[in-house]
Design a binder for this molecule. Structure first.
Ligand code: MG
Length: 317
């Protein structure tokens, strides 16, 4: 648009620049002839001056257009290029978590206990999930040392997902190292989990963000150690028979009962250098490419900090 604007300005300046059009012939004697010659010379000088001015206006307009187009392209790339964004900061909203039991038609993915943990496995290795069971929750196991993200054994496409989470009440880090975890829908798109209570960081990386794509509409976080809830509606991407993207993924999220994502169009995988959709993709924390056109597991991220989950259920849509 900017470039188009400057093209219009250029053309307008070319057309509107006054063209000097003196009389080409003067009738009469020697004196009149001399005056006529002077007039012709003067008109040629003014024509050249006029032409020079118009050329300068044209060149300056084109250069400005190119410069503004480049700046505009860079600004757009900042949003689409997996860059950290720091402003505007979502305002804080006081809220309460939605802590309610699964509806009768829901699939309970974790209600507490050893048996429910068996519905999960380590990402990549497929080993049994090693997270710690305590009461009705499961917690990232720091004793394992290495990252041990876990995934559901079941796979899903379009879903309603309820999940409750809590970050470590003992604050021992800041920014992205404070209660960082995440829920990867379709094994590729991270809804960020983070202690975002009085913990400034880039806004498209705080709790409720689609990581490096969309900040939450507001900050509905509760203090560390309190249970919080996400209620998610997710529409999986669709590919045609040729393996081309037909429809991207969409996500809506309530954080503690407050809308923080309103059918946001996911731009692609959130952990790659640039968001992308590939019918054959390598899911988060894995090394082997798989067919990503159908149903896929949910992943809970181990980012090296203590984060707990409980009361996880899903309804297939
Ligand atoms: Mg995370």
């Amino acid at each position: 648009m900017t470039c188009l604007f400057f093209v219009i300005v250029s053309i307008a300046s070319w057309i509107r620049c006054p063209l000097y059009s003196p009389a080409e012939g003067v009738k009469g004697g020697v004196e009149e002839s001399s005056i006529a010659n002077l007039t012709v010379i003067k008109s040629r000088i003014m024509k050249r001056t006029s032409l020079a001015i118009r050329n300068k206006v044209l060149v300056v307009s084109v250069l400005l257009g190119a410069a503004f187009s480049a700046v505009s392209a860079a600004a757009n790339a900042q949003t689409l290029n997996n860059e950290q964004i720091f402003e505007p900061v979502p305002r804080l909203v006081r809220s309460q978590p939605t802590l309610f039991p699964a509806p009768s038609d829901a699939i309970v993915l974790f209600g507490g206990g050893e048996k429910d943990l068996e519905q999960w496995q380590e990402v990549g290795s497929g080993d049994p999930a090693s997270w710690l069971l305590l009461n009705d929750s499961m917690t990232v196991n720091r004793a394992m040392g290495a990252s041990t993200s876990i995934e559901t054994k079941r796979t899903f496409r379009d879903i309603q997902l309820h999940i409750e989470w809590s970050t470590n009440p003992v604050i021992d880090g800041d920014q992205q190292l404070r209660g960082n975890s995440g829920i990867f829908l379709h094994s590729q798109f991270e809804l960020q989990v983070l202690d975002s209570w009085q913990n400034p960081t880039y806004v498209n990386g705080q709790a409720g963000s689609i990581y490096l794509q969309y900040p939450p509409l507001v900050n509905a976080s509760r203090p560390a150690g309190e249970w919080q809830s996400y209620d998610i509606t997710f529409e999986a991407p669709r590919f045609n028979a040729a393996g081309e993207l037909e429809t991207p993924a969409f996500i809506s999220v309530l954080h503690n009962g407050v809308v923080v994502q309103n059918r946001s169009e996911i731009l692609g995988a959130t952990y790659t250098s640039q968001p992308s959709y590939d019918v054959t993709c390598t899911p988060y924390a894995q090394t082997v490419a798989v067919d990503c056109s159908g149903a896929m597991p949910l992943i809970l991220q181990d980012h090296g900090q203590v984060v707990s989950y409980r009361n996880i259920w899903v309804r297939e849509l």
